[in-house]
Design a protein around this ligand. Structure first.
Ligand SMILES: C[S@@+](CC[C@H](N)C(=O)[O-])C[C@H]1O[C@@H](n2cnc3c(N)ncnc32)[C@H](O)[C@@H]1O
Length: 220
């Protein structure tokens, strides 16, 4: 859950959900909801989703060339493995489509994705031998991150590999990113997840722009 939004709602309403109005939501977060909710947690999830949608659909832009390890360099690295099925989670503008073989891009907020869907909603008949999560499992608190990584592990074949780019919690500077919570990834958490999900850490490196790049293999 997004703790910035939750804390703001609690502070503004003195923890009283009945004080949440559409005007308050509009004035504070500049988004509009199409229904009301019974709890502050539910409001938090709905507002967070709107803020992520607004930012990633309309304001965020990317330059794949800027990444030392987790950008264009991945194309040959992954194709050399002759992948049977690659899932790009949070593919953004789907820039690897047609470049990395057998790749499907999913993203709930970008209409260039093959499927406009959240990782937690995505269902696939097949398992993937490679999963990419490049800057996309990075929003919200620890439990959300763990749930999203767990979902990826379940969609990965035994012996398959996951490639990550993660942000150590650096806020994006555009004003529309103000209410997004960037989870502060660090190396101990990368190791903790590997132990939690029986993954082998094959590589961890500093990438450009303070990001970390790492690779897990799902142990058979
Ligand atoms: C920083 S961008 C990175 C995009 C792309 N992977 C890249 O490297 O350029 C993060 C992406 O994650 C997507 N995203 C956010 N939450 C997501 C979720 N729950 N499931 C799937 N994608 C998500 C966003 O829409 C956005 O396109």
């Amino acid at each position: 859950m997004n703790r910035k939004i939750f804390a703001q709602l609690v502070a503004q309403t003195n923890n009283d959900v009945s004080k949440i109005t559409s005007d308050l939501i509009k004035e504070t977060f500049d988004v509009e909801l199409d229904k009301t909710y019974d709890t502050i947690v539910d409001y938090t999830v709905a507002i967070d989703n709107k803020c992520l949608h607004r930012y990633f659909a309309n304001h965020w832009d990317n330059d794949m060339k800027k990444w030392k390890h987790s950008g264009l360099a991945l194309i040959d690295q992954i194709n050399d493995m002759k992948p049977r099925a690659v899932l790009d989670v949070g593919c953004g503008y789907n820039e690897f489509k047609g470049k990395i073989h057998n790749l499907i891009g999913i993203d709930p907020y970008n209409n260039r994705a093959d499927h406009e869907i959240d990782i937690m909603e995505y269902r696939s008949m097949e398992k993937f031998d490679i999963i990419l999560a490049l800057g996309s499992i990075n929003f919200g608190g620890r439990n959300k991150i763990i749930a999203e990584v767990s979902k990826c592990v379940n969609m990965l074949e035994d012996g398959g590999m996951m490639f990550f780019r993660v942000n150590p919690g650096v806020q994006h500077i555009k004003p529309e990113a103000k209410w997004i919570e960037f989870f502060a990834w660090n190396v101990p958490f990368i190791i903790e997840l590997s132990e939690m999900f029986n993954l082998k850490v094959l590589d961890i490196r500093d990438d450009s722009n303070q990001r970390k790049y790492f690779i897990y293999r799902k142990v058979k």
